[in-house]
Design a protein around this ligand. Structure first.
Ligand SMILES: Cc1ncc(COP(=O)(O)O)c(C=O)c1O
Length: 398
């Protein structure tokens, strides 16, 4: 029995050789690093009002929710957040899950089954991909951000289907580019398909007052559009939400296994999200600040001679191509006081390993100066971000 797990060492060696080992890095309290790796876009996770709301909820409700949403886990904090968030994104209703990942799993598996067709953008997040797989529905992956590819996939299928769903992110997690939601919704309507939009990087940072991509595309309240939102990024806490027509939300309460068989999100996280939403409503210029700061980070990277992608949201990527070089560059940044995201396959296509610089609303002049010094120290090969091989746009199965 002692050799039961030898195959794991062999796998680890293969990953090591390909530069794809993943290692946990423990974050020390007060390490003083400028954080460009997290998703705390608005800098709200440490906001005094958000911290206070979380702490008060711990004293009021205890440190956990004590049960699933259908047993003891639905507090007045949960129902209030659902009302407030639905109102913010312009949806009829909303439902809180314990993470964005589970919100995606829950909504897709509750709506789609083996007789259905799912059309999924080639760069959708792993949670959307996993949700598609788990649903058992027929899956077609289409070219990134291409309404024409979606039209072809819906029109060209020879196999009959019961219902069709088109899945996209509003703002894509790795490149930070924005989906053509209005055009996608039009194609969906032409074919009677529903549009599922993952707003993890949209709500709180994109569109008027940070109301998200669907709102900006004029799709607020649409009966054929369903959104998922995470509370772990712009809202600075944890948790996930599905927002959409009341009929969909009612169905999820009955049928979404990731909702029914999961302990509810802790009341402190829900209260923190409510506080973040209050701040966002009160200070909508936070959203503009994130965008201005992203443009500054991009300019700093370009000045440092690095192949950086222009941000359409909060994210600038410095595409270095080779995974080992990217890991070394990220380590160098950390050694010199800046934490950056490090993305390698399978999170990004082969040859597209990159550093991800995520802007926050609360970056200071001192932070920018340090980032500038650190980025100037990264060796590069003079290749522009568009000169690397792009992922094929051909439809394939997820
Ligand atoms: C696009 C996208 N969807 C879903 C998730 C999952 O959200 P959560 O971290 O709340 O589980 C993430 C991030 O982690 C994401 O980037």
């Amino acid at each position: 029995m002692s050799d039961m797990w030898d195959w794991l060492a062999a796998r680890a060696a293969e990953r090591e050789a390909a530069g794809l080992r993943r290692r946990l890095r423990t974050r020390e309290l007060g390490d003083g690093l400028v954080d460009l790796a997290g998703n705390d876009y608005l800098g709200l996770s440490a906001h005094p009002e958000v911290r206070a709301a979380a702490a008060e909820a711990v004293w009021a409700w205890g440190s956990g929710s004590t049960g699933s949403r259908l047993v003891t886990g639905t507090t007045t904090e949960h129902t209030a957040l659902e009302r407030e968030l639905a109102d913010f994104v312009g949806a009829e209703a909303a439902l809180v899950f314990s993470s964005g990942y589970l919100a995606n799993l829950g909504v897709v598996t509750a709506l789609a089954g083996p007789e259905d067709l799912l059309i999924s953008d080639a760069q959708n997040h792993a949670s959307v991909i996993d949700a598609c797989r788990l649903s058992g529905a027929r899956r077609v992956v289409v070219e990134h951000c291409s309404p024409i590819a979606v039209h072809r996939a819906l029109a060209g299928t020879a196999i009959p289907y019961r219902r069709a769903f088109v899945l996209t992110e509003s703002v894509f997690s790795v490149d930070g580019d924005v989906a053509p939601l209005a055009e996608l919704a039009e194609v969906c309507r032409e074919h009677g398909a529903a549009l599922l939009v993952d707003e993890a990087h949209g709500v709180g940072v994109h569109g008027q007052e940070g109301r998200g991509g669907a709102y900006a595309a004029g799709l607020a309240g649409a009966q054929d559009v369903v959104l998922t939102v995470t509370l772990s990024k712009a809202f600075g806490t944890q948790g996930g939400v599905v927002a959409g027509p009341q009929a969909v939300i009612d169905h999820l309460v009955d049928a979404a296994r990731a909702f029914i068989f999961d302990t509810a999100l802790a009341p402190s996280c829900v209260a923190a999200a409510r506080a973040s939403l209050r701040i966002l409503r009160r200070e909508p210029d936070l959203v503009e600040r994130v965008h201005a700061n992203a443009l500054r980070l991009h300019a700093i990277a370009v000045d440092a001679g690095l192949p950086a992608t222009a941000p359409s949201g909060a994210v600038t990527s410095v595409i270095l191509g080779d995974p080992d070089r990217t890991v070394a560059a990220a380590a160098r940044c950390a050694e010199h006081g800046v934490r950056v995201g490090c993305f390698r396959p399978p999170s990004v296509p082969d040859g597209r390993s990159r550093l991800r610089l995520t802007a926050r609303a609360d970056l200071t002049e001192e932070d920018f100066a340090r980032v500038s010094t650190v980025l100037r120290g990264i060796p590069h090969n003079g290749i522009g971000p568009d000169q690397f091989h792009e992922r094929s746009g051909q439809p394939s199965v997820v």
